[in-house]
Unconditional design. Structure first.
Length: 181
């Protein structure tokens, strides 16, 4: 039997390889891909069209209506669990990828790894801490922008002075360049 773990990297064990015999995950993944694509939609559309087309044949009876109600209820009930399974796996994969990025970046705060398992109160405290950090940096940015605005104002003042001097020189050139009579 092969081990589920690969060799260590940076002192940590590599993640286990996924088992190949998990029938539920294989069926759930296939079903989500099949029903979430073009063919799944076209199959559902064809079923509705066939059901509607058979209405006159069955005289739009209660049984005819019950068939579609029961069928859609059963499909919806089962799809909720399949969709939730897919969402849980994708969410876990995204969290693990983010954890790896946090771990790989030297300046990142490693205590944020696995943060999704904290309580709501702990998450709120973390969020408040990062709001304060953001506010501090936004304040610095505002100060820098105000400094840039002041510099722009000074440059504009200098440009206006230069434009005034240019006009004076142009007037002098015109005055000197005119023939006297």
């Amino acid at each position: 039997m092969a081990s589920n773990f690969r060799p260590e990297r940076n002192g940590l064990a590599a993640p286990p390889t996924p088992p190949r015999h998990d029938l539920f995950n294989r069926v759930a993944s296939w079903t989500i891909r099949a029903t979430g694509g073009r063919w799944g939609f076209l199959t559902a559309l064809a079923a509705v069209i066939i059901w509607a087309a058979t209405g006159p044949y069955f005289h739009f009876s209660d049984t005819w209506q019950m068939v579609v109600n029961t069928g859609t209820t059963i499909v919806t009930f089962l799809m909720v669990f399949l969709i939730q399974n897919a969402q849980n796996r994708e969410s876990k994969a995204v969290h693990l990828k983010l954890d790896e990025l946090i771990y790989a970046v030297k300046s990142a705060r490693n205590e944020l790894i696995d943060v999704e398992n904290l309580t709501e109160e702990q998450l709120d405290q973390l969020a408040e801490r990062y709001r304060a950090v953001a506010a501090k940096h936004h304040g610095r940015l505002r100060d820098r922008l105000e400094g840039v605005a002041d510099e722009v104002g000074q440059v504009e003042g200098k440009v206006e002075k230069v434009e005034g001097k240019v006009e004076e020189v142009e007037d002098e050139v015109r005055r000197i360049g005119k023939p006297t009579r």
